[in-house]
Write a protein that binds this ligand. Sequence first.
Ligand code: 6R9
Length: 587
Amino acid sequence: MSTRAIHKADAPDAIGHYLRDYDEARRTFDWTAARHALTGRTDPVLNIAAEVLDRPIAQGRGTQRAARFIDRHWNRIDLTYADLQRGARRFANVLRRLEVERGAVVATLLGRVPELFTVALGTLAAGNVLSALFSAFGPEPLKTRLQLGHVRVLVTTEALYRRKVAGIREFLPQLRHVLIVREAPPRELPPGTLDLAALLRMAAETFETVATGDADVALLHFTSGTTGKPKGVTLPHAAVIAQHATSRLVLDLHPGETYWCTADPGWVTGIAYGLIGPLACGASLIVDREEFEPERWYRILAEERVEVWYTAPTAIRMLMKAGTALARTRQFPALRHLASVGEPLNAEAVTWGVDAFGLPFHDTWWQTETGSIMIANFAACEVLPGSMGRAIPGIEARVVRHAADGTLEPIESADEVGEIALRPAWPSMFTSYLENPERYAAAFVDGWYLAGDLARRDANGYFWFIGRADDVIKSAGHLISPFELESALMTHPAVAQVAVIGLPDPIAGQAVKAFVELRSGVVATEDLRSQILGHARRLLGAAVAPREIAFSDALPRTRSGKIMRRLLRARELGLPEGDLSTLEGKE
Ligand code: 6R9
């Protein structure tokens, strides 16, 4: 793996990065000041909707574009901050009219549509809890989540309701109201549903944002565990403090800038950095209603003059697969900062950014449970391709070892592998796993939150991802990072995507198998297979190189784009496949 640093020292700094000097920022940052920088207040009242709408508007941002929605036919809908606030207030009044009590959960099953913003922000303003679900979920995973979340109100489209919700409604006694976003010309709504637009029209535009406090639950996200059932993760209103601070420190997002986050709203990134953080910064959001498509994405980046772009490794690798020549058909003079999240970002992908856009991708690491970015490569600091970067100011992150007596020991020596641990608490830290206090308690050991990811931390404090605690491969005594192997395989010109798993082996303990998705146009042959194997052996040494390579047309991925190594392993071993509800393509 390349460790060549990409230096920023010579880059012009006319825009004035929020974080210029990492050590200085760590010394001077504190969360109380960050809270004050956001709210301008010291009282205990805090509501996300107030911080992303009421405050920016009070500061004169009312007529600024808050979001531009782009549909399949390139029609654009622009909403100002004041438009969003009016919509949110109407929706808050709708909830009052439906007698939905404060704290009840309102779920959305929607794509990236303007109504999503109205409903999400209105829910928060009303003191209710927002749960944005993946619209790609089928009935079964929806049922599990709507039940676990005791969801009181669901907002969805007519088509999604008919296909996915109508059939499970009888199992959801807590679900009091279903509100429909109409897409087609009005026809009769399904029985037991209400027309969202009609309710909004009747509602008043005045509403006083509910004075929630820092610790009140604002958001409910579902995340897949390594075992079957999904986990319901609750985040408090105070999450906005950290989402705002990191949107500035890490995404380097300035007021009025054009920003595009490609994440689905059903994934924590789509809410934290597709809605809350950037609006709190006074940014102008680009929202693409469509799915990934290389030409479309390049056109959006170029025509919308996107300045800051937050995306994910799978998308980057798919762009790489489509070829750098395609990127060169456009110019991106406005683009100035690229960031990535969600899964390991190969060094290859970081440097490809330089080829395609003249800018490296900045990896960021966090989890649903952390509620905001915890480890990152910063705009003004050198990027070490393949590294996730360093702990953000205000966060103490270490790698720890589990001692024999059950305690944790922070690893002092550089480059030794351990589990990522974070020192509680920070404002966006999760406040519970729904209906699973034992699991929540088990995540905190010896005064640390344990992330379940393995990494090493180098002498300069940069973290290098190894894998999930349960994905790491131990073969013939070597601790092998699937990510390191994947990165190595990625350097072969025929390889587009790759996933590596460990399979039981009587002699070595585990043997490595790689599943390779080839670049378009490349034909899978035996000759190519041995070429790639030879390449891997050359790069990695025979001890850690994969023993076997299988070609795959499409690697199984979660909706948020993570390759599901667990599923590959289960399939290989003929084991039960577990909770597949977030699997791409699964209905
Ligand atoms: C935001 C988000 C969390 C898990 C996390 C880790 C993986 C996230 C990563 C990364 C390598 C990165 N992950 N960022 N792995 N490099 N930069 O992804 O939340 O869906 O809860 O997933 O994703 O394994 O523990 P979530």
